[in-house]
Design a protein around this ligand. Sequence first.
Ligand code: AMP
Ligand code: GLY
Length: 426
Amino acid sequence: MNILIIGSGGREYSIGLALKKDQSVKKIYFAPGNGASGLLGENIAISDFHKLADFVEAKSIDLTIVGPEGPLVEGIVDIFQERDLTIFGPTAQAAQLEGSKIFMKNFLARHNVPTARYIETDSIEDAYRFINSLKVPIVVKADGLCGGKGVIIAASKDEAKRAVGEMLSGNSFGDAGTKIVVEEFLDGYELSVFVICDGKDYVVLPAAQDHKRLLNDDQGPNTGGMGAYAPTPLVNDDIYRKLNERVIEPTLEGMKAEGMPFSGVLFIGVMVVEGEPIILEYNVRFGDPECEELMPLLKTPASELFYKAAIGDLKSAEIEFYDKYAVGVVMASRDYPYKSSEAAEIIIDDIIHDDIEANAHISFAGVSLDEDDKLFATGGRVLVCVGIGDTIKEAHYRAYLLCGQVHFIGKQCRTDIAYQALGLEV
Ligand code: AMP
Ligand code: GLY
């Protein structure tokens, strides 16, 4: 099988790594890929969806996997399906679950899926009135895609009102913020739950936990995610049951009933509040860095999972995961998440350590390769050190041992990834 992966992050690299181990995969292409993905397969510099479809036909590519939300919301799946090409991901209509927070919140309300109390509005007066009725902190969200930055958690009513003013005037997020959602703050712990869907059937993957804040102890600004681990012991059978009954079934049935059956990955951002799963948001793609931990835990050949989901035949796939844990620690560049940083050479110590060789690896993201095959950190989240183990503690140890072997000027990483789970382990 020849496979094209759309995207350039650690998420797409980790899907590439899983496919590389898969006997039935012949060639992997990345569009556009990153400096390291070109070593796993071939990077191609095409972004126009029609031209990508031409490329897929010309190279006899059997399956396209879409990593990020942008191309999904912009309709890449619709264009490929019109041309009878097999592609993993939701249509533009179904991708509104992520593309518009207002669509998502109203969908949840229509189908009685538990979520924070909210209003959607483009009126300052309505937003202020609702803010006055809430307790602090208060959450203000821009409607459209903002690369994970469109959410303000305001500590006071004045701050919430300021955020509303800035979003509605178009100052902070442009058109993405001309409509907003204001909602109550949910106080609990967060989970990332991924459901692979084929429009009819679905498979729930082991739940993961991300660490969104830049600094240890969940301090500092929100980021795309500084590290994650899976499976998390913070989920028990009762929470899985509630998620299935109250969230996954009504959502997938609702999407079908509204004429947009969901196919691809449904990423459910869950806040568990006193044992009850409440939905923060949906995304229509894998989380990054969660994908980097889930892919190495997948026992079933990755091509089978993605291909069968894409052709609507998940029922015939037997999706299995190793009975192990994965911990991933993100290394980010010096000025992340504020601004881009100067390129810095990445030096990886040449220490041969059998345990690390066998049980840890790097998923590369914001990197480029120069003419001498040297890797450079070129910004944002640069790479993820992933450790695998029989316990979270073992996986955590291996991930951090690998982190100690990777150097570049200005590297930032949290030293407490998986702290909530480690606190539970004896
Ligand atoms: P979102 O893009 O909606 O997932 O929001 C980004 C992050 O903001 C989430 O991952 C949460 O950490 C936080 N967040 C969003 N909505 C709420 C809420 N209602 N209560 C508490 N935290 C929230
Ligand atoms: N790690 C969270 C996200 O991908 O949105």
